[in-house]
Write a protein that binds this ligand. Structure first.
Ligand SMILES: [Zn+2]
Length: 758
């Protein structure tokens, strides 16, 4: 953060806490004290309603049988959820889409040299775990959207299988051309692994769960503990989601019954090579049969054996074949119409489909969503009338590729661009700290909400607990100081990984993803993730066993939905946003500088003969060659745009603070202001989208092409620098700068209107 910006925030912090303890910030939205008091009263009434017993009951029912896309229980769950919504008096319906969803027909991993071994590719039922024996309904272990293929080739170990790993392999003289690679899970969206492998000439890909990452190295294995057992397998999609998510056959349009579809052979998000996931039980003999160089230290996992790279002598036969069927999705949609501004929509979603029983992923979020809806229905009966429309969505088909949300978002794109105020997402939920990420125009808003939610374990606000955790975990004195002084805790940007993707990245709707975690092994690395053991037994023994954090989640997201729906003035704020954009700009400048320094230094070492001198003649080492040093780029347009943005944000905040103390604005002023503010996230998109992947329209947040889950901030510029495309970097710089200038003008106009209204 720049010094100037920091000072501003400290001043703001001082202004905002006047007359309030840090736990009770002054009311920031709502313009007459009267209105805001009744707003807060309704919110408090709401928070008293969610019930832990209900959350438990919903989970038990929804996770009782496997419920993946196309299964009988997936449809049954959707209809059961619909019936509950209707029983509570809400206006609900199911919306269907028809999507490509491959299921396994043939799966084979066998070693044919130097010894023979056939992988089991099966997760055994456990006596203790009552739903683990539903084999007839379970999807076998597989990676959805793997290409069909039958290949036999030597094996190479590639660590996590991300681009840096291949650079290292090149130095060690190991090629994957014509080979089958074995990569471990995590450190990237799993679809990145076969994509990068294919780009390097591999003909097949096996992905396994290493005990170091989510097995016995972390703690006791299931069923004694929560971690992945020997035969546990992570299913999952390997679609090239950073290109576009959703149905591979209908990019950019809703997959309605008679939508125009691509031929399967033209669908670019299906992998180019066959892929299968395996357990570490199945991986151990394969890795054990590798020779060649010993793997670099950071590449060694938790199996008690030497990790070697190959290629071979292990020779693998891999066969994958799918049923390439079209399956029907069941999205459950609830509409609570707004009383005075029905054309402004708050959209709230969580998926209901799972890979198998899916108690944690996704029911631990879906049950909170249902409890919110039930509680809001209760408030409606008591006379609460939201100003804006609230739309609750329970998505189908998230697991294979964000199918239900993406198709719905694409089918309703025009209305959503016109009407949507914000999208609130949840997915899996466990125990611990509030994790909030998303659009920075909502950073202040979600900080305010978090102040009003009590942590079930510590009885302080979840905001306070997060702040103290940030202080505890800070790596530098500066980070600690910021956590103490900055009014708002920073929220990270979100790339992809769950159902917000179409709303944020494609439609430019300000979005938040919310969940509790950090104290249990959670979805970021839990041992039962996407296995048959993610079920009611596991969840009620090892996660949020009393559902108190499920209740906190319902309270958090429900409060956010109500506040967005009822605020007189839409509660976007721009000072945190402007501050963050400055930060991103600094990071890009540092990135370019470090690329320049790194290449300059390496070239020098090549000239000095460093690599020739240190290479062990008994080992293969391929020295790097000299490279052109990256040129300087013109950051001025971006810097100017960011300065304009900071000025407008300050002006808006000043006008806003004055307004809080003034009497209500006229309804017509409010309407024009809200109409203007509704555009604030849309301004950050561009019609042509990102280079090479036009579905992604957002210029500030997008999943990285080679990280997948992970966000790349200002992705057009960043990836051009990383991939050394200098002309494109300059073009992208101008495009982002233009969008931020537009945003600054919008904020300026809003500030002018506010000033006039005061
Ligand atoms: Zn999920």
């Amino acid at each position: 953060m720049r010094a100037g910006a920091k000072l501003l925030l400290v001043l703001l912090a001082a202004l905002l806490v006047l007359g309030a303890t840090p736990d009770e910030p002054p009311v920031l939205s709502g313009y007459s004290a009267q209105a805001s008091r009744s707003e807060r009263d309704w919110e408090a009434k709401f928070r008293a309603l969610p019930s832990q017993q209900n959350l438990r009951d919903y989970m038990q029912r929804l996770s009782a049988r496997p419920h993946h896309v196309g299964s009988p229980y997936d449809k049954d769950n959707a209809e059961w959820i619909l019936a509950r919504f209707k029983e509570w008096g809400l206006d609900a319906h199911i919306e269907n889409f028809d999507v490509l969803f491959p299921t396994p027909k043939e799966r084979l991993v066998e070693m044919i040299e130097p010894t023979s071994f056939k992988a089991a590719l099966e997760e055994p039922a456990l006596k203790l775990d009552p739903t683990s024996n539903q084999q007839a309904e379970q999807l076998p272990t597989y990676n959805a959207y793997s290409a069909d293929g039958d290949v036999t080739a030597p094996l190479v170990y590639v660590n996590y299988g991300v681009p840096e790993d291949y650079e290292k392999l090149e130095r060690l003289g190991v090629s994957v051309k014509g080979a089958i690679v074995i990569a471990r899970y995590w450190h990237s969206w799993r679809g990145i692994k076969p994509k990068v492998a294919a780009e390097h000439g591999a003909v097949g890909c096996i992905i396994y769960s290493d005990p170091n990452d989510d097995g016995y190295f972390q703690g006791d294995s299931f069923p004694e503990g929560p971690w992945r057992p020997r035969d546990g397998v992570q299913r999952g999609s390997v679609m090239d989601m950073p290109l576009y998510p959703g149905d591979p056959l209908t990019p950019g349009i809703g997959a309605t019954r008679d939508a125009k579809r691509l031929d399967i052979k033209d669908a670019r998000t299906i992998t180019r090579i066959p892929v299968l996931p395996i357990s570490f039980g199945d991986a151990q003999p394969l890795l054990g049969a590798l020779k060649g160089p010993v793997a670099p230290e950071e590449w060694r996992g938790g199996l008690g054996q030497t990790y070697k790279l190959g290629p071979g002598p292990a020779k693998i036969h891999l066969r994958v074949k799918a049923n390439w069927d079209i399956k029907t999705l069941y999205d459950v949609i609830v509409k609570i119409p707004g009383a005075s501004h029905p054309d402004e929509w708050i959209v709230r979603g969580n998926h209901h489909d799972a890979w198998v029983n899916g108690a944690e992923d996704p029911i631990s979020g879906a049950n909170a969503l249902m409890e919110e809806a039930r509680s809001l229905a209760e408030l409606l009966k008591q006379g609460w009338k939201p100003k804006r429309t609230i739309i609750y969505c329970v998505w189908d088909g998230e697991e294979p590729g964000l199918l239900g949300s993406t198709e719905w978002g694409e089918a309703h794109a025009d209305e959503l661009r016109q009407h949507a105020v914000a999208y609130l997402n949840t997915d899996s939920n466990t125990r611990g700290y509030l994790n909030a990420g998303g659009s920075h125009v909502l950073e202040k808003f979600i900080n305010d909400v978090a102040q009003d939610i009590q942590d079930p374990e510590k009885k302080i606000s979840v905001w306070k607990r997060s702040q103290l955790a940030t202080i505890a975990e800070a790596k530098t004195p500066e980070e600690r100081a910021e956590a103490r002084q900055r009014t708002d805790l920073r929220i990270p940007a979100i790339g992809s990984g769950s159902d917000w993707t179409v709303f944020l990245d494609h439609l430019g709707i300000a979005s938040l993803n919310l969940g509790y975690g950090g104290e249990d092994p959670d979805s970021g690395g839990s041992g039962i993730y996407h296995s048959i053991y993610d079920d009611f037994y596991w969840y009620t023994h090892f996660a949020d066993t009393d559902f108190s954090y499920g209740k906190a989640l319902a309270q958090t997201v429900g409060t956010a939905a109500m506040r967005l729906a009822d605020a007189d003035l839409l509660p976007y704020d721009f000072s945190d946003f402007a501050d963050t954009m400055h930060q991103y700009q600094d990071e890009l400048q540092k990135l370019l500088k470090s690329k320049q320094d790194e290449i300059t230094e390496r070239n020098r070492q090549v000239d000095e003969g460093v690599f020739a001198a240190v290479g062990d003649p008994r080992k293969t080492f391929v020295p790097p060659s000299k490279e052109t040093v990256p040129p300087f780029l013109n950051f001025a347009p971006l810097q100017n745009a960011n300065d304009a943005l900071m000025r407008s944000a300050q002006r808006y905040r000043k006008a806003f603070d004055k307004t809080v103390n003034a009497s209500a604005l006229s309804p017509s002023t409010l309407d024009s202001l809200n109409g203007m503010l509704l555009e604030c996230e849309r301004k950050l998109t561009s019609e042509q989208g990102l280079p090479g992947r036009p579905w992604f329209k957002h210029l500030i947040y997008a999943p990285g092409q080679y990280t997948g889950y992970g966000v790349k901030t200002m992705p057009g510029i960043r990836e051009a620098i990383e991939q050394k495309r200098w002309k494109e970097a300059d073009e992208q710089m101008l495009r982002v700068a233009a969008a931020l200038q537009d945003e600054a003008s919008l904020i300026d106009s809003a500030a002018a209107l506010l000033e006039k209204g005061n």
